[in-house]
Design a protein around this ligand. Structure first.
Ligand code: URA
Length: 213
């Protein structure tokens, strides 16, 4: 039997700046989820996607990673194209959309001001990522979205950032660990500036499919 990993409490006190932001948002947007956003997808999955942190009016509102965020509009159809999801993504937690052999989490579980996390917040949230890795007994491939996700994975697994550099669609054969693939984050900024195209994003999931075939 697989056991769900430990997860931050809804009123997690670990990051003072994020707690203050959460309290502001609870006052401003009382109908939003406004808490650490739980991972999405089965704990028995072979693939784990690690994002940065929830978006204010996306995942922090809906309570599901990338759901309602601009980044989800590329991530979820891509997962479906490559067989890692079924249903119709409707940008809400009750859209019935399901992940298949894939789980999604974030390096930092709470929404940060201006979408920017601090090194201390990334460190505070690391124990939850460690638990996630330990709980995913079938884990074969991690996809890190952006350099924050990449560094969180590298440091959580106990490796040095200087020895494992982020690069788009770069495959990292981590010793005794799952294979790590990096992707530029599927954020609005990256897609609008052309740093990440749909084809480039698909290339990463093509690599993932080859890995788990
Ligand atoms: N961006 C992320 O990195 N994660 C989310 O959950 C939403 C947007």
């Amino acid at each position: 039997m697989m056991i769900e990993p430990r997860f931050p409490e809804k009123d997690c006190p670990l990051c003072p700046r994020l707690v203050a932001f959460r309290e502001d948002n609870q006052a401003k947007f009382p109908d939003f989820f406004n808490g650490p956003v739980p991972s999405f997808g089965g704990i028995d999955a072979e693939v784990l996607v690690v994002g940065l942190a929830p978006g204010l009016k996306g995942a922090n509102c809906t309570g599901r990673p990338f759901t309602g965020d601009y980044a989800g509009d590329l991530l979820y159809p891509t997962l479906k194209t490559f067989g890692f999801a079924r249903g119709t993504y409707g940008a809400s937690i009750d859209d019935g959309f399901e992940l298949v052999n894939c789980r999604i989490t974030n390096a930092v579980r709470c929404v940060p001001p201006q979408n920017k996390t601090t090194a201390a917040e990334e460190k505070n949230c690391r124990p939850f990522l460690i638990d996630e890795f330990k709980a995913m007994k079938n884990l074969k491939v991690i996809v890190a979205l952006g350099s924050v996700g990449h560094n969180a994975v590298i440091q959580t697994l106990g490796f040095k950032k200087s020895q494992w550099k982020f690069g788009h669609n770069v495959r990292h054969d981590l010793p005794e660990g799952p294979v790590l693939f990096d992707s530029y984050h599927c954020s609005r900024y990256n897609t609008n500036t052309g740093r990440l195209t749909e084809e480039m994003f698909h290339d990463v999931f093509r690599s993932v499919c080859q890995e788990i075939a």
